[in-house]
Design a protein around this ligand. Sequence first.
Ligand SMILES: NC(=O)C[C@H](N)C(=O)O
Length: 471
Amino acid sequence: MSFRIISKFVLNQGNGRCITACHRNPFGTFLSSPSATPSNATARARGRQKSYFQLRFFGGLSDDIENLVCKPLQSPAGVLDESESNFIPQNALYEGQGCAKKRVLVLCTGGTLTMAPDLKQKGALAPVEGAISKYMSQMVELKEDNPEMPDYVLHEYSPFLDSADLGPADWVTIAKDIESNYFKFDGFVVLTGTDTMAYIATALSFMLENLNKPVIFTGSQIPLCMPQNDARRNLIMAMIFASRDSINEVCIFFHDRLLRANRTTKVNTHKLLAFDSPNMDPLATIGISIDENEHVLLPPAKGPLRVHLRMDTRLLTIRLVPGFDDSMIRRLIESNMEEQQLRALVLQLYGTGNLPSVKESFIKLLADATEQGIMVIASTQCFTGSVLLGHYATGRALLEAGAVSAGDMTLEAIACKCAYLFGRRGFTNQQNEELMGISLRGELTPPELLVPPTGASGSFEQCIAKARKRS
Ligand SMILES: NC(=O)C[C@H](N)C(=O)O
């Protein structure tokens, strides 16, 4: 799929105000430049800055996915030296108000939020290019005299797509655009369709290592053009959260909750409460106030941002149903093993990670697969809770076949974590297996923190002991 980026930037409300540079260095300090026509307040702030600089923001974001390598982020010229001891204002002061005005980059890929009934498609919803910029420029909440809202730059990708049409190449495009604009904005909003939003946002959480700014995904169930839409509030709240210093991770805001992206899954096709993070509390909830759950927010990263652009998605997911025909699954796996294509096999199993122990040949097949270097991952079909291999004899056989537990990860997290780890290439199979059991971006409850079930078996205890030793 071609996912060309057009350089269509809407400077805040189209008023021509220049976009200024804002930088938070790897150590968490902000450096930002005042606007082109600094107010007294910004001039005062400037007086306290030793290395004042200004970058203008030009269009021309990345438009290809070549050079898919992991590379450390380069700082723009003129950034603050870490030995700098001067006080650096967190942001340019907002003219006349004496308060900080944040800057947010809004990246829009399409999705229902941007859609309208298309007569050529018999009234089916289809994305309308250009509509979002028109709506946003008319939203009073986003006018620049509203000090609580950030300045924003909107970037519309072309063509707008239903999220079902977005894949790893598009995740790479988004990651690259965040990388190349990282120092110019305080936070990022990504507008996508809801159907694969949890996958895209989860993938981004792995691709953006040491993220120190908010990246907030949102979309809607009802298009922005319809009066009863949920798009407007989702968009406003996403922009508010994208301006918060307390958030250093990729999140999904939807309806009334901010969720960690890699814990999130789409749970409803109709209701406005379309997402949930079944095994983790929301990062924040909104009612008449915004309540952050400070204890679950990820702390600021210690190192500089590293962007990993190679995602190896050679995995197969099989959801078991009672009475399944294992000969069919056998053929599928065997043909993949022969072509040496398959890297991981995700089994969605019953309960704590059980499969029929009577199917000995199937278990033997899984043991052969692990021996050939295919990672066999045991996950659960249950919406909440965790895989506990070894709690039941039926699951124990899997442990012996060399399967790896997915713990309480969502399917989205399992798939994207595999793609990320395999894409890194530098890890051995054993290291990959160990990393699957370790929380890299908050996607997993560490096994040692899981409450052992009543009557936990010896092998469950062994799993925990092994995990403790690793950490
Ligand atoms: N609500 C939505 O955005 C669904 C739409 N099919 C999409 O994922 O693009």
